[in-house]
Design a protein around this ligand. Sequence first.
Ligand SMILES: [Zn+2]
Length: 349
Amino acid sequence: MRNMRAICVLLSVFSVTLLGQNTFTVGTAAAAPGQKATGFIEVPAGADPATSIPVAVIHGAKTGPVLALVSGAHGTEYASIIALEKVIQSLDPAQVSGTVIILPLVNIASFEQKVPHVNPVDGKSMNRFYPGKADGTQTERASYLITRQVVERCDYLVDYHGGDLDENLRPYAYWPKSGSPKQDATTREMVLAFGLDHIIVASDRPKDPNASRYLDNTANTRGKPAIAVEAGYSGTVQPEDVALLVNGTFSLMRHLQMLPGRPAIVEHPVWLGKVDTVASEQPGIFYPLVQRGTYVEQGMKIGYVTDYFGKTIYEARAPASGVVLYICGVPSMKKGDAVANIGEITQAP
Ligand SMILES: [Zn+2]
């Protein structure tokens, strides 16, 4: 009898150990090989309330790398959020080699309350406070847990964004240059495999992992190749924008040999070496004169601001020739707000 009990205890310890080795757990989502699981990363209350960040784990039937896909740091950049909802539903763990961690909506308060740019709980952008702080405000506590539970456990990462409620944006990707030739070669292949045809070369990201600021940079400064992608604009969920992000994700997974098939690699993208932000010098009513994606010449008038009686008080001009990556999509304009971002075209790096 005593031996029997000892054997039972041994067996259960053994199976728990086996399960522990095989199950991939993020927050409350625990998926055995060949399974998909959903749950939440629970961010405890601190100086301000607690929050729960939805997470899906797709644990492939075959072994392979861990890929993290994160969207909704800005909760009203809807096309990017809807794209990852589709990816969660579409991915079949039986077809996947490796594991995919998906956070489709980091900033739930922004989404629910329709507040652009920031987390309304603490007024902070949820893509500016990485690697976060365990004892900070809600944005910092969430960023801390995402760093520990997602970034540190992945091999590759993609951060998804798009034009916010007030941004009329054309799709593009970021190729973040870390300074490490090997890692930069990997991220260059990743961004080409994702397939967006306008790519910003971002060389100005912080190099200190303890002051990494952005999510993709938090991964890159920890030696995990990461890119950022943007599609969608002005609160819309256009099928073509969602398709760009969903298809790009699957193409990247084929490149990483996490899905069967060949990636669709963009062959001759427009490379953008510098991005110029045009900020309004006056508050008032904004009128755009160009569309997202328009090619403009240096000095070209791209929009203007009037006072509340229709008198023009500021003319916005392109500081350089390039592509209008986004232009303000609403009449509301404060002094210092972005009128437009212009990407300057450069040679293929
Ligand atoms: Zn964003």
